[in-house]
Design a protein around this ligand. Structure first.
Ligand code: MRU
Length: 344
């Protein structure tokens, strides 16, 4: 796992063999970004089962639930986390039922080994699927980008956030690869600075032209800066298209509408949460005040209270389209999102 807290200064990888370390890494934002959190949770669940000392299926079942619970109690907003855990719960139940059936009601050591191997395979599959989804999102999204000029993003919805080429940055990468002459406007994304530290690092590394701006320059540039589109990622998309993403996204969307700049959300199908009808039902993570009062460990304010909602919700009326690996959804999102998930 590449330690994203240390970027761009240091490129440090950690190898974890205990699922509790994976859970802590998610909580502490060593790894972050909705799809990457999903991949990490999948890997964490697989590692937990692989390393388990359980001797019987009953013991393994109890331990597996506790592993899932530990991973689920890390970050509340990104639905990819819960998507991955639920996928593992379904796969575990399937494997356990098959093992019990083969063993005439009980499962032996060989069956436990098989379950362990199958869950490791499942985690690798989740990672591979992220990569494929990103590329498809990138292809669909690139067509919506301006052939030249500026594109604004928010936070980091790049390779660091997915394990593939990224969602929003995947769209930009594909457009640039296709010959579009795009310069990316990167808001720094206070307080965690995913824009300044991570997106700027990723784009610079790939030689994609960028200009870093502070968050309070967003309105100015949308009004005067020749921005042809905004493209951002998502942490959870409700049934009506309302989208939770990094704090600040809502403001950008409103300013984009005011200035007639199309506003796109790029996200995999796993980020849709059709169990909720609107964005009001999305839990918003509150992170520590210190991330606001301090910058890289240094206090920048007097000792006062601070607020740190890590995400906001953009109402779908501000969203021009949602780009997924299965195609592009437009309003009315209640219908278009259902259609993409094959539920109509
Ligand atoms: O708090 P973070 O850094 O995990 O928040 C990340 C974002 O808000 C991203 O835009 C979102 O997860 C999409 S990543 C492809």
């Amino acid at each position: 796992m590449l330690d994203q807290r240390r970027l761009p200064g240091e490129v440090i990888y950690h190898t974890y063999t205990d699922y509790r370390d994976v859970a802590r890494a998610i909580k502490d934002m060593e790894i972050r970004g909705a799809p990457a959190i999903g991949v990490a949770a999948a890997m964490g669940a697989a590692i937990g089962v692989q390393r388990s000392q359980a001797k019987t299926l009953a013991e393994l079942r109890v331990e597996f639930e506790s592993i899932c619970d530990t991973l689920a109690r890390t970050r509340p907003t990104a639905v990819d986390l819960f998507w991955a855990i639920e996928r593992f719960q379904r796969r575990f139940a399937e494997l356990a039922a098959a093992a019990e059936k083969d063993g005439g009601g009980s499962a032996g050591t060989a069956a436990l080994l098989q379950i362990r191997a199958a869950l490791v395979e499942e985690a690798q599959k989740v990672h591979q699927e992220r990569r494929t989804a990103d590329e498809r999102i990138g292809r669909f999204g690139a067509e919506l980008m301006p052939k030249s000029g500026r594109v604004m993003t928010q936070c980091n919805a790049g390779a660091l956030a997915t394990g593939g080429i990224g969602t929003a940055l995947g769209v930009i990468r594909m457009a640039v690869e296709g010959g579009y002459r795009i310069e990316v406007l990167v808001p720094e994304t206070r307080p965690y600075l995913q824009g300044a530290r991570l997106t700027a690092w990723e784009l610079h590394h790939d030689h994609i032209p960028l200009t870093l701006i502070t968050d309070n320059m967003v309105g100015h540039f949308l009004k005067t800066g020749g921005v042809g589109a905004v493209v951002v990622g998502a942490d959870r998309i409700a049934g009506n298209g309302d989208t939770a993403n990094k704090i600040g996204t809502y403001g950008i969307a409103v300013l984009a509408r005011e200035n007639k700049v199309p506003f796109y959300v790029a996200a995999p199908i796993s980020t849709l949460d059709l169990s909720i009808s609107s964005g009001d039902q999305i839990p918003i993570e509150e992170r520590s005040e210190e991330e606001v009062t301090h910058l890289q460990g240094m206090r920048i304010s007097p000792d006062v209270r601070a607020a740190h909602p890590a995400f906001d919700v953009t109402p779908s009326r501000f969203i021009t389209a949602i780009i997924t690996e299965r195609g592009v959804a437009r309003a009315p999102f209640e219908e278009s999102l259902l259609r993409l998930t094959g539920q109509t």
